[in-house]
Design a protein around this ligand. Sequence first.
Ligand code: N01
Length: 549
Amino acid sequence: MSQSAPGAPTNRESGADTAPFDALIIGAGFSGLYQLHCLRDKLGLRVQVLEMADDVGGTWYWNRYPGARCDSESHSYCYAFSEEIYREWSWTERYPGPAEIRRYLRFVADRLDLLRDVRFETRVTGAEYDEGANLWRVHTDDGRTRSAQFLITAVGCLSAANIPKIPGLERFEGQWAHTGQWPHEGIDFRGKRVGQIGTGSTGIQAAPVIAETAAHLTVFQRTANYSIPARNGPLTEADQQTYKDEFGDLRRIMHEASNGHPFLISQRSARETPAAERRQVYEQAWEKGGLRFRATFADLLVDEAANETAASFIKEKIRQIVRDPETARKLATIDHPFATKRPPVDSHYFETFNRDNVSLVDIREDPIEEITPGGIRTRSQEYPLDVIVFATGFDAMSGPLLNLNLTGRNGLRLAEAWTAGPVNTLGLQVAGFPNLFTITGPGSPSVLCNMPVAIEQHVEWITDCIAHMREQGHERIETTPEAMDKWVRHVNEAANATLLPKANSSWYLGANVPGKPRVFMPYAGGMARYRRICEQVAGDGYTEFVFDA
Ligand code: N01
């Protein structure tokens, strides 16, 4: 995974890295780059970003699997803090792929001259808070230690790969890869028998592309999933110009919307709309494609009967598309309400099962028992394979933070503080960990929102908070156990007011990782409401936090 991309930046250590920084930032994706810009260029702080990869990109550096594409539309999957920068970049497709997103982030990084303060190929192995010095000591895999007053994690929510411990993997004689750690040189599927485990957003994107060249693709499905056609396509110059001209309105809508997307959620109730009219709405949304399908009615995520109208519409579509009735049955036997797991969008996923070289194995009916040297053996038979693709998702939200080995005040390890699941205030701070900020941490709207919108709000809040501290002469900020209890209660109430906790196997709940505490992690109260709460906390003098305790 450390292979160099052509033209990748090669910033390395310099002597100046040894003096304490004002802030160290971990990660050079959307969050880390914008946080660097805000702290360095707006507040004039001495800042450095530490990034394990050899280039910018974050999640888009690693996720290069076949068919990878963002589900947010490109004109909204970008920074909106600068209209000038927004206007300078033109997206080529309705949904951007990883290579285009990486090019975009490089463009922003160059435009703002960010790379001189990013250290690539530098993985953080641990960090501890030194109370006497009020500094974070941050260790990296090159054996060095840097110090900073503030430590800001910008490590993303979906960056710790979940590779299931299926017995026998180490004996497999073919090639295998996890989609989130995809080899940069790619995998040549031509003439190969491929097994794919996982049918989440990733698997649903990957299968149709793998099937185009593989000799045979066997998809191992544990939980059947809803999916809406993406309807991707090129953007014309006129489209690009329209988005630029509408920048102000788009940004306003993204800020006002509960999900951060540039479209309004209908105020109508699915339950109260006559069936024929409702069907027409769903048909139109199906044709239009993408995450907008979720916005067709206001009550889809709060009312089971309303949700069932969308769920049965999609199941009917699956049965219409998939010709083999038994395969259609397996694909349409879905055990959770629509959108209670993150709903994928696809390009010809269900159609892929009409190909002669694709088959589906329902591993609830016929569980995987082991991986053999030659393939995958389920209870009933062995499937000979040359390649296994793990589209098995991530140890989401808390995983990337726990992997950093953070130790706060009095030797408190984050892993101990979160034994029963992640607790924090606003998703941003953990008691016992002064001057540590976690961008899009558990308890934030993040993954339930269009990510760049969530990220910009977090970064700007953190920047304002640090600016406030500088103005007031504060050296240290820390939340309290009481504030965390209050926030965690509110996060639970917000989730329980929706149907979201009804999906038993959801990564929102940590249920995809064996042994992980079951806690609904993202804040489901909506981005707009979250923004108001954060503004109020700051406006009232950072209630929920204590300075210089
Ligand atoms: O991961 P997932 P993902 N044996 O956890 C199965 C974002 N994303 O990488 O449902 C067998 O959703 C698991 O089964 P089950 C997006 O937010 C964004 O697909 O747990 N199967 C499931 O089918 C998304 O939600 C884009 O029963 C096992 C699959 O693997 C998030 O990333 C594009 C298993 C994992 O699905 C994660 O998506 C792609 C086991 N032991 C992804 N363990 C964008 O466009 C797991 N599975 C931005």
